[in-house]
Design a protein around this ligand. Structure first.
Ligand SMILES: O=C[C@H](O)[C@H](O)COP(=O)(O)O
Ligand SMILES: C=C(OP(=O)(O)O)C(=O)O
Length: 334
């Protein structure tokens, strides 16, 4: 086999989804449908570049998730693919040696090993599905999926979301426009026939029945959209489109101008909305890692504890945010 030929997904992926993953997906669905009054918190690094250090982070987060389990459903951002505005590192799965060589076979092996170990902490895993082909190599381990701001208008991604067996968040466009993401939620809810990869690696026609748990994620644009007025406008747009009024709000990206130092203020604002009784604000996303900030890939030896993509909030500053969100969810419930 030429070295660039990828083995079929069945060679990596489990034949049957683990009971724990099915359970996590049901839990997330329960929060989105508000049967479960807790708050969804999707938190973790922008990207995984050092699986060992990311597992150290996962162990810390698993401990916190247990402490806040009465109020929060904590999901680990286990993102192994990165969409780029123009160019840059595309993630551990497509480029495991972080140098553009693109040894995807090794990336899938290493990425799946990471996901399996991260799942063993007991945390549900979140993943942005950037490449629809690669989705077939990891989806069995994922409990919350995202279609990002750069792909939310793409028909193949909407079709994929309609077929994926977990809740999928559709992020508003980089421009800040939310209408495209609302359309994406509608499209993902419908059935589609589209080309995909079968477990044995053959190209096949996939037939979806529609994803009832697709939902909107507000991530800001040139200006933030996390405040109560923007959340209310988004809920009104969903209702007008005949969709359940529910949103997850990302404290990072356009909502913090990609400045990790601004995430705590965004989370405080979201916590106030939750504590004030907004039940349609079902979840919050935070970009967090072991240490504060980011580093450039080009600079010599890489630190394992520092993001190589967007800047993240360090672990010590993440814990108080989890505490704040847990308190807000408790108040909303009480
Ligand atoms: O979340 C990560 C980045 O915001 C996204 O991948 C785009 O990054 P870029 O604008 O640096 O390419
Ligand atoms: C790329 C991401 O977000 P967005 O699509 O909102 O830029 C991300 O969450 O890693």
């Amino acid at each position: 086999m030429p070295e660039d030929t990828l083995p079929p997904p069945a060679e990596f992926a489990a034949h049957r989804v683990a009971d724990a993953v099915t359970g996590h997906r049901d839990t997330v669905t329960g929060v989105l449908s508000r049967r479960d009054p807790r708050l969804l918190v999707v938190v973790g690094p922008c990207s995984v570049h050092d699986p060992g250090a990311a597992l150290d982070y996962a162990a810390l987060l698993a401990g916190a998730a247990e402490r806040y389990a009465d109020d929060l459903v904590v999901v680990l951002r286990a993102y192994l693919e990165k969409p780029r505005t123009v160019s840059g590192w595309t993630g551990l799965l497509p480029d495991p040696s972080l140098d553009g060589k693109g040894d995807i076979g090794t990336g899938i092996r290493r990425g799946r090993a990471f996901l399996a170990e991260a799942a063993a902490t007991g945390l549900p895993l979140a993943y942005e599905f950037v490449d629809p082909v690669l989705a077939h190599y990891v989806a069995d381990l994922i409990s919350w999926g995202a279609v990002g701001a750069r792909t939310v208008a793409s028909q193949p991604h909407r079709h994929l979301a309609s077929w994926l067996p977990m809740p999928v968040g559709m992020k508003n466009c980089v421009s800040g426009h939310i209408g495209t993401a609302v359309d994406a939620v509608r499209a993902a809810g419908l059935s589609h026939a589209f080309p995909g990869v079968a477990a044995d690696g053959r190209l096949t026609t996939l037939r979806s029945t529609g994803n009832p748990d697709a939902h909107l994620v507000l991530r800001g644009g040139p200006t933030p959209n996390h405040d109560a007025a923007n959340v209310a406008a988004a809920l009104a747009a969903l209702t007008a489109a005949g969709l359940p009024p529910r949103v997850v709000v990302d404290a990072s990206h356009g909502n913090s101008g990609k400045d990790h130092d601004r995430q705590p203020a965004v989370v405080e604002d979201l916590a106030e909305q939750v504590a004030g009784g907004n039940r349609a604000l079902v979840g919050v996303m935070v970009e967090s890692y072991l240490s504060d900030g980011r580093q450039d890939l080009a600079v010599g030896r890489l630190r394992p504890d520092l993001s190589v993509t967007d800047s993240c909030l360090g672990w010590d500053r993440t814990v108080p945010l989890l505490e704040t969100l847990a308190r807000a969810a408790r108040r909303r419930r009480g």
